[in-house]
Design a protein around this ligand. Structure first.
Ligand code: CA
Length: 232
């Protein structure tokens, strides 16, 4: 079955050219021209991935993201002209999984879309156990759902994959490089800074006190491990 992509973009020429290219890559594509119709299309179409412009009429990309994240972990690739927003977009507040600054090349966008869908597909396949637990954190693998004390916590894709890698290896130290390989694409250039930033974001989501991590421990000079709160 073809992957379904919802494109939400109010600039018609961009929407048309992106939709055309996605369709010629074999994707099933729905296009919405504002945030509100994007939301109703999202609910009706159940896309595998959303490409979302940040600046939209009726409902902004930011508000769209917040609403969708209460309902779904669907991967979101954000398009934005506002580069200063990138930290907030990818990291903490909005829960996008990747972004492209405008203007962008359609070819680059399609490469990102493929990469995000590939990571999602791989994440859905492996692991025998269906639920991983460490302390109060519970990770439902088939649903890709993280709960802490039964409260749903949305994690963007990379933070989710990081947590999954750590929780599948509870108590075991994973080197930075190993973690990076598990979470990023095979062709990504190993970047320890980028890994550390995502660990920091993840801690802010799951740690009761991110400055004194009780779950994700830094192992100096090596990498990270996850432990239950009663262990060290
Ligand atoms: Ca726009």
């Amino acid at each position: 079955m073809n992957d379904r992509i919802l494109l939400i973009e109010d600039e018609a020429p961009i929407a048309e050219s992106v939709a055309y290219s996605l369709k010629s890559e074999g994707y099933a594509v729905e296009v919405a021209g504002d945030g509100l119709s994007g939301l109703s299309t999202f609910r009706a179409f159940a896309p595998d991935l959303i490409i979302l412009d940040l600046m939209l009429p009726k409902l902004s990309g930011l508000d769209f993201c917040r609403i969708v994240r209460r309902e779904s972990n669907v991967p979101i690739v954000m398009l934005t002209a506002k580069t200063e927003e990138i930290d907030r977009i990818i990291g903490l507040e909005m829960g996008a999984d990747d972004y492209l600054p405008k203007p962008f090349s359609v070819r680059e966008l399609i490469a990102r879309v493929k990469a995000v869908l590939r990571r999602t597909a791989v994440a859905g396949e492996d692991d025998q156990k269906t639920t991983l637990e460490v302390g109060d954190i519970s990770l439902d693998l088939p649903k890709r759902r993280v709960t802490i004390k039964d409260k749903h916590v949305h994690l963007p894709l990379k933070q989710y994959e990081l947590l999954r890698a750590l929780m599948s290896n509870k108590g075991r130290v994973l080197s930075r490089e190993e973690l990076f390989k598990r979470v990023w694409d095979a062709d990504a250039v190993y970047d320890t800074g980028s890994l550390d930033v995502h660990v920091r974001w993840l801690r802010e989501k799951i740690e009761p006190d991110p400055s004194k991590p009780r779950y994700i421990k830094t192992v100096r000079g090596v990498g990270y491990k996850i432990v239950s709160d009663e262990e060290d």
